[in-house]
Design a protein around this ligand. Sequence first.
Ligand code: DOR
Length: 443
Amino acid sequence: MPNTLIVNARLVNEGKEFFGDLRIANGRIAQIGTGLVAHIEERVIDAAGRRVLPGMIDDQVHFREPGLEHKGDMATESAAAVAGGLTTFMDMPNTSPPTLDAAALEDKYRRAAGRAWGNHGFYMGASNDNLEAIRSLDPKTAPGVKVFMGASTGNMLVDNPETLDGIFRDVPTPIITHCEDTPMIEAKLAEYRARYGDDIPAECHPDIRSREACFKSTELAISLARRHGTRLHVLHISTADELALFSAGPIQGKKITAETCIHYLRFDRTDYARLGHLIKCNPAIKEASDREALIRALAEDVIDVLATDHAPHTLEEKSKPYTQAPSGLPLVQYALVAALELVREGRLTNAQVVHKLAHAPAMLFDVKERGFLREGYWADLVLIDDVPMTVQREDVLSKCGWSPFEGTTFHSRIASTWVNGQLAWDGRMLVGLPNGQRLQFDR
Ligand code: DOR
């Protein structure tokens, strides 16, 4: 592979934006500077003042393998991810079978080897009866342990109070939680079912999977983490109310952190009329006021990480009545350009987007040598073009073949993505062979 020199780039990294050049050699960032001179046989790319960012690290995706490959698989979904500028993904355990022990975890790493376009880590899942497997988990083999404190796709609810207490006490990695109180949701669902039968209107989803259910469950997770001193990361915060449970400040000093996802920042209740079950997800997309508060909380460092919760389902599945239509939407391919719209709208800076989508997840999960533009780190990079791009169904690379953003015009597009120094996406198509590596954790 020839080495590459990117010149005239607007580099965004560690709170700064500056013009400079970046040399890639042997898969890594070899040099960052100004006026770098090309070596013989080096491929030179003129960024012409465009933004170059560290590749995004998505700490929450569902790539569906094993067992749910009709919705997506490691190859298809990671292809969509690199086309979207996401060079690292951390995948969820609600597969079939679920990832509940070290053997299932290693099976996923084997499946990803040579097929994943992005670098990858796999979470260990929790259940009501795998506490021993969690205790004996080697913290270098998984970014963390996922606990569904609310039932969602895959039936992995952990609701035994003693088990929950044991997990929070003994877990050797960060815990990441899905927080929604299932009994509250079931009670609401019964009410709506009595009124509508199975065909409940999609816009009732945030009333069934209510803000109160989110608050109660998030509060419980935080109280357990405080009791045991656990490193807790609460996923997909969807309400303004829950923000009061977290503190503002740099991620380095925190034991309890929060994540939100791109769909909570781009959609709100008014979008159910147009998109119906396509934006049905758990937790539910809620009010415009929640959306506003979540964007503010990102800017004010109350929310630490921005992710996707990429969760593909087929259009056929999505077209079923409410009670059977699965929750989740495909997002990896357009998450970064959607986040960059917030920069254009003056709500976040480029540096904040890079912080929330690359630096913060790298720090939170102790990811080794990724997530920053630093000499010696792996060359996971994205070049952004500032040209309008309208999302069209035929451009979607996810196996499910649709996007909630179809018809939306973004004001930027992904011109190139490099994974481990190798060009993986050239702005039009995938290039070369999948080159993602198993993540290493510095812990
Ligand atoms: O909307 C969701 N879909 N939320 C989850 O927690 C799971 C995900 C899925 O796997 O489909």
